[in-house]
Design a protein around this ligand. Sequence first.
Ligand code: GSF
Length: 217
Amino acid sequence: MPLDLYCMDPSPPNRAVYLCLEALGIEVNKKPVNLFKKEQLSPEFTKINPQHTVPTLVDDGFVIWDSHAICAYLVNKYGKDDSLYPKDPQKRAIVDQRLHFDTGILFTRLRDITFPLLFLKCKEIPEDKKQRARDAYAFLETFLEGNDYLAGNNYTIADICCISTVTSLVEALRVSADDFPNVKAWIQRCKDNLPGYQEANQPGLNIFKGAVDAELD
Ligand code: GSF
């Protein structure tokens, strides 16, 4: 089972896959891709992934990218049970909706901040972009009403994918979640309960924060 993961540690979607691998107890061969050196645009990598994004997983010749698709694939293929990605159609539909929320709302609002900051050398984070992130927190606040996690009372890949994005927004991009008690409690709950959280998310998040601080301070 040779699993290669083309990745870059600071990247939030890469850290989501690291968290999923920890939760499944799976090792991978990390293949670092340095986006700041545009290594993702190399002919070798674009031959593997024409969309040239990380993370990209290669499982014994099978190629899949997008962290949400990778996490779902890993649980479906290697999970000892379906707790991280329930097979029940209605439970899975809720997890899927939260995955799409990460892709369509959370990550896009993070990227609307990080791309100008890290790649266009803008030296500030506009208030309207911070507000858009807080508007996304408000949706999470409702998803968490009466639930410990985003799709119920057990953590799933929905939490794994969203927590890497949200902690990047809160801890690196300084968009406070203090006005959202459910979200704040969920962040701590994930830190306390997601297997290998400190090893899988924090080191890359610290690098990400350092890159942001270097632009802002
Ligand atoms: C986003 C991947 C992505 O944009 C996922 O995997 O969940 N929805 C996808 N990755 C970025 C790095 S990131 O942290 O924003 C990437 O690979 N950018 C390089 C490029 O050429 O697009």
